[in-house]
Design a protein around this ligand. Structure first.
Ligand code: ATP
Ligand code: MG
Length: 175
């Protein structure tokens, strides 16, 4: 694993670098440490940014069962664990507002940590308090942007912003 330089605060935002997928999972695990049942995390960023990879780190930290993958054929998948379950939602194909009914889950989201990929602009009604995580790949001449051997490789930036009273005073760990 290649750890990044840790989380840095910029105003109300926390940002970190993930040089590779393992580092992205480590960042997910660090965010998982501040999550409680009922929390909603909204992941944003382009195709292949690393949203599912980040969610894998959350799943590992919560010690949930099952492999966290892109929930391609379902909108949401629930991974039970010894603590809060992980509800992993892919809102890509949900056109507009996401309602709890759309998720087709038997369980109550209050007992789970819910992570929604492509949820920006869709889950705000479901989750007035939420942690927004924006993942980007550097473009252009930035270091790590291009690897001709593996076009999906490269450092990602991760920016976390807490919205609502639940997230006042959010602190993420430095390296
Ligand atoms: N620094 C990095 N951080 C995260 N993933 C990386 C990194 N470098 C390479 N990768 C690779 O990039 C891919 C990211 O895929 P992932 O499915 O996590 O993205 P996604 O944002 O969920 O995509 P989608 O928009 O299709 O849901 C994985 O194959 C991962 O191994
Ligand atoms: Mg994904």
């Amino acid at each position: 694993m290649s750890p990044g330089p840790g989380w840095r605060r910029r105003g109300a935002q926390w940002s970190a670098l993930a040089p590779d997928a393992e580092a992205m999972r480590a960042l997910g695990a660090e965010v998982a440490a501040v999550l409680r049942p009922g929390d909603v995390v909204v992941l944003d960023g382009p195709l292949g940014a690393g949203k599912t990879t980040f969610t894998q780190g959350i799943g590992t930290a919560l010690r949930v069962r099952g492999v966290v993958t892109s929930p391609t054929f379902v909108i949401a998948r629930r991974h039970p664990g010894p603590g809060p379950a992980l509800v992993h939602v892919d809102a890509y194909r949900l056109g507009t507002t996401v309602e709890v009914d759309d998720l087709d889950l038997d369980a109550d989201l209050a007992d789970a940590v819910t992570v929604v990929e492509w949820g920006v602009g869709k889950v705000e009604g479901l989750a007035p308090d939420r942690l927004e995580v924006r993942i980007d790949r550097p473009t252009g001449a930035e270091p790590g942007a291009e690897d001709p051997e593996d076009p999906s490789a490269g450092t990602r930036t991760v920016v976390v912003r807490g919205i609502g009273p639940r997230w006042a005073g959010l602190v993420l760990p430095p390296a």
